[in-house]
Design a protein around this ligand. Structure first.
Ligand SMILES: Cc1cc2nc3c(=O)[nH]c(=O)nc-3n(C[C@H](O)[C@H](O)[C@H](O)COP(=O)(O)OP(=O)(O)OC[C@H]3O[C@@H](n4cnc5c(N)ncnc54)[C@H](O)[C@@H]3O)c2cc1C
Length: 381
């Protein structure tokens, strides 16, 4: 890939930054942290109107491949609430890759218009890392499927119009071969949503499915081919659609505060901040590579695992360092007087660990790298 940014891309970035600065007001950030819903309808609509969303969907957008990285990089650096739109663009890429013509016509415009979000129902109370073992059942009944079960960690279910759902359709077949994916409206009767707060501020949900009836036209991919569809989704999720440059915003806030407090005279503080900056640069380059691969139709799953492990673990280490260096003020939250970095230091220390879990834990991504890159034996069947 070519790491240099062309003059057109620099212009794209300048306009994107202007848009973000205009829409992401302190009130929008405040609402994100108050509600735990990491989404802004105003931002999504503005991005769609500017053509940024459609251009960035892997395989669909006609933009320069580097735009996929730039979009999420700028949103993260601005501390913008982008999780809703990130999940939605990722699933738009999956619909584009494996959806029927009818699904593309029916679903894609609603996603790239910035009006509607998607949430993901893969994990269950007993199956997260071992997601191929999920037990939520979909049973065929004529031209319909009847779905029963429970999902855990269905982030954005409170705000999404659409749900992508992994189900078990064959209980006799080996676990990876009995799964089928669906994508259908969240207001289908039989779905309930219970909020689950997390230490990282973001609200997620437990979701329940009781005799949920969906027509076969909402099936995404082949019957019992859900694992393949899941592979496409994960290849976009890890290290491609954001989540890898949050330490930049943290570093900026910490530095601003540390300078005002006179902490920058301490060589240990300076050394650590330089290390965080170097790790952030490495994370940026890794993300550019995996986003480029995804945007040009390549298989980014392995690169994404490498990117995610490095970037999220570096972010977690950096967030601990900044909290340690800030001392007692690093424990104070937004709106508390004297909070380090106006509360961002404390927030990032709570938020960073969560990023090493969702989208596949560090251990699962390390297994992926060990098996597929280093050729080591499988950790499990
Ligand atoms: C804030 C948040 C948002 C999320 N959003 C979504 C969402 O929108 N949709 C969705 O479907 N899911 C979502 N998830 C779920 C996430 O993908 C799972 O939490 C994750 O895959 C881990 O699964 P688990 O929580 O069941 O932990 P477990 O799988 O039970 O793992 C527990 C521990 O064991 C380790 N472990 C497990 N298996 C192995 C192995 N084979 N080798 C080595 N170590 C292993 C794990 O690394 C971990 O440390 C979200 C999670 C969080 C925390």
């Amino acid at each position: 890939m070519d790491f240099s940014l062309s003059p057109q891309i620099e212009e794209y970035r300048r306009e994107l930054k202007e848009l973000i600065a205009r829409v992401i007001t302190p009130e929008v950030v405040e609402e994100q942290h108050r509600s735990g819903t990491f989404n802004s309808d105003a931002l999504n609509l503005a991005l769609a109107r500017g053509g940024y969303l459609e251009r960035a969907v892997p395989g669909l957008g006609k933009g320069d491949p580097v735009e996929l990285w730039l979009l999420f990089n700028e949103l993260e650096k601005a501390g913008a609430p982008y999780d809703g739109i990130s999940i939605t663009m990722m699933i738009a890429g999956v619909v584009n890759a494996v959806g029927t013509d009818w699904q593309k016509e029916r679903i894609l415009p609603s996603l790239v218009s910035g009006e509607d979000l998607v949430c993901m129902g893969y994990s269950e109370p007993d199956y997260g890392s071992d997601v191929a073992s999920i037990v939520t059942r979909a049973e065929r009944d004529g031209d319909e499927w009847v779905i029963n079960g429970a999902k855990m960690w269905t982030t954005m279910a409170q705000a999404a119009k659409w749900l992508i759902l992994l189900t078990r359709t064959d209980t006799e077949a080996p676990k990876h071969k009995g799964l089928t994916m669906f994508l259908f409206p969240m207001d289908t009767p039989g779905i309930t949503v219970d909020p689950v707060p997390t230490m990282g501020t973001e609200r997620t949900n437990a979701t329940f499915y009781e005799n949920v009836r969906v027509s076969d036209q909402w099936r995404l991919g082949e019957v019992n081919g859900g694992w393949k569809t899941m592979g496409v989704a994960l290849s976009f999720e890890r290290g491609v659609m954001g989540g890898t440059s949050q330490s930049v915003q943290m570093l900026r806030e910490f530095r601003r505060w540390a300078e005002a407090e006179g902490l920058m005279a301490d060589p240990l503080v300076r050394e650590r901040l330089v290390r965080v900056a170097i790790d952030s640069e490495v994370a940026k380059l890794l993300t550019q590579r995996s986003a480029w691969t995804a945007a040009t139709g390549g298989e980014a799953g392995l690169q994404g695992s490498m990117t995610k492990v490095f970037a999220t673990e570096a972010y977690q280490k950096a967030s601990r360092w900044t909290q340690e260096m800030a001392g007692a003020e690093g424990l104070l939250q937004f709106h508390q007087p004297d909070a380090a970095g106006d509360g961002w230091v404390e927030y990032h220390a709570r938020h960073a660990p969560v990023t090493t879990i969702y989208g596949g834990t560090s251990e699962i991504n390390r297994n992926n790298i060990a098996e597929r890159h280093l050729g080591l034996p499988k950790a499990r069947r």
